[in-house]
Design a protein around this ligand. Structure first.
Ligand code: G3D
Ligand code: MG
Length: 202
């Protein structure tokens, strides 16, 4: 501790637990697999889900990499069209956005792209890192991350967003914790950049 005196922020930076609980919102079209993913993250088991009306909210803990032990409060907001206007109120003041995608549903890819773009453009969400969970990779015909990048227009997301595409299968849980770790890395990077900018303008 002594060696770090006078540099409290860098000391705190090295302690993930010092960051407190991070707020994350899960978005995506209905039946993309959001609720399945949330309960996989929470209980490490498959739970039969019913379409979400309103929202689910669970505290989950990272298990991999630097996110190990880090608490995330994850909001799973219903994806049905009539509920989407609510997304805005949940994404205010969030540390990260998890956008869950059905990697097989090419018919609704354009709709998913539009919803993601709408969320990303919102001034409240400027610069909030986006984890795209390319779900249902177990199904034949699932699109690969590189292709989804293009289909979702991720390179044109703008508004200062960092993003990562993580392939997953929410039923087995494959890829979910890797995704949370990638999201955590982006959150840390964003904080570091913000601090550098602050320093520059002092
Ligand atoms: P939502 O919360 O985004 O609306 P749900 O989606 O979690 O309710 O999941 C919708 C359906 O997709 C569920 O099937 C669920 O089991 C299935 N699902 C979720 N993730 C995966 C996955 O990775 N692979 C496959 N094959 N199916 C998945 P039902 O049949 O209950 O509608
Ligand atoms: Mg749901």
């Amino acid at each position: 501790m002594g060696a770090n005196m006078g540099k409290p922020s860098s000391f705190l930076d090295s302690l993930p637990s010092a960051q407190g609980t991070l707020h994350v919102v899960m978005l995506g079209l209905d039946s993309a697999g959001k609720t399945t993913a949330l309960y996989r993250l929470k209980f490490d088991q498959y739970l039969n889900t019913v379409p979400t009306i309103g929202f689910n909210c669970e505290k989950v803990k990272g298990t991999l990499g630097r996110s190990k032990g880090q608490a995330f409060l994850v909001w799973d907001v219903g994806g049905q069209e009539k509920l989407r206007p609510l997304w805005k109120s949940y994404t205010r003041c969030t540390d990260g956005i998890v956008f869950v995608l059905d990697s097989v549903d090419v018919e609704r890819m354009e709709e998913a792209k539009m919803e993601l773009a709408r969320t990303a453009r919102s001034p409240d969400n400027a610069g909030v890192p986006v984890l795209v969970v390319a779900n249902k990779q177990d199904l034949p015909g699932a699109k690969e991350p590189k292709e989804l990048e293009k289909l979702l227009g991720l390179h044109e997301l703008g508004n200062g967003h960092m993003w990562v595409v993580q392939p997953s299968c929410a039923i087995t849980g494959e890829g979910l914790f890797e995704g949370m770790d990638a999201l955590y890395e982006m959150i840390l990077k964003r904080r570091k950049l913000a601090k550098q900018v602050k320093k520059k303008h002092r």
